[in-house]
Design a binder for this molecule. Sequence first.
Ligand SMILES: Cc1ncc(COP(=O)(O)O)c(C=O)c1O
Length: 397
Amino acid sequence: MTGWRGEPLTMRNHGETRGRVLAACNEALHAAALAQLSPPEGSSAGCVIKPHLQRLTPYLPPLDGRSANQHLLLDFNERTVPPPPHVTSAITAHVASGTTQQYPQYGDINERIAAYAGVPPSQCMFTNGSDQGIDLIVRCCCPGGTEAIVPAPTFAMYEQAAGAEDLVIKRPWFTREAGFPTAEVLAAVSPATSLIVLSNPNNPTGTAIPTADMVTIAEAAPHAAVLVDECYYEFMPPGSSMAAEVGRLRNLFVTRTFSKTWGLPSLRIGYILSAEENINALCCVRGPYDINQLAVVALRAALDDPQYVSDFVAEHNNKARPALEDFLAEAGVAFWPSAANYVFCYFPDPTATEKALRAEGILVRPKKDASGTLGLRVSIGTLAQTERLIATLRRFL
Ligand SMILES: Cc1ncc(COP(=O)(O)O)c(C=O)c1O
């Protein structure tokens, strides 16, 4: 008698290959056993990583070779000037204090962030950037195999977090004409929905989502986590935030960051606002030292004197973004209305424009919209930087 691969069967390998021998006795069973034994599509035999994770590909932002000394960095929606000396000197003073061998101590930083956000500290937790906030929310709220509604095109980390939990992703489309697809999102809600992402304003399109629509969606899907990403909150007009609703809507999670207007992306600190019971649960999943001490030191100094943030936002909102939008309109370049510090625009030849700007030391980011059309997402900095961008573009268009 032989085993299913035809090798002679001894009592010893019979013991080791029981299931296979049994399956060989019956064709249907054999086929079923083979299906069980063969690795799922895209995964490799013998790999201990969960099969659905083996199919994922990492999000690798094109960061290499960027240098603020050589380039005008308009490709990552960052603050385009460094934070002021009172923030940077707090970091160097901490390093010089000779305490980096100690684990971080957070003191009252959560209370200070909560006060800034206008919620009680029990409705707030700080995170390692909003990326960690997104990941925590999906890990804590979304069982594998359930559905995530992630309007597209959008920020890559939502799909990464959803993919890591093996969620089925539904993608209604943002459009330049209609903006956020409220009706499509509502229509996509099902009993299996465990996550709805509301990126407000959306990256890369800059689209603002009306507060009333977000409330309607959160109320229509009380069984799903509604993740409102307010990464660019400081640029938004007053009344755009969902922070005031976190005490009332138990399924609402607002993520925010100190990466953008505050100028601290390299230090990694953000926060989540949500109902107290949600914050308590997420804190059980976050590690006790996930946020590094330098981030907290810098943030404390920034919160002591945050005028530099409002100055940057005022210059951007009142001067720089209008200047770029006026130029694009005048040059006949279509663009999405933006509520953030970037504009997604359709140059006649985006690849050539990106290359030409790069040759002039200006970096911007090629991105596709939901229909696959290539555009450029151009971040906006100070008025002087925007005028340099416009003067450069004038030469190509
Ligand atoms: C919409 C959106 N959410 C979150 C993030 C990540 O922010 P953080 O640096 O806080 O992780 C970004 C970064 O570009 C973003 O555009």
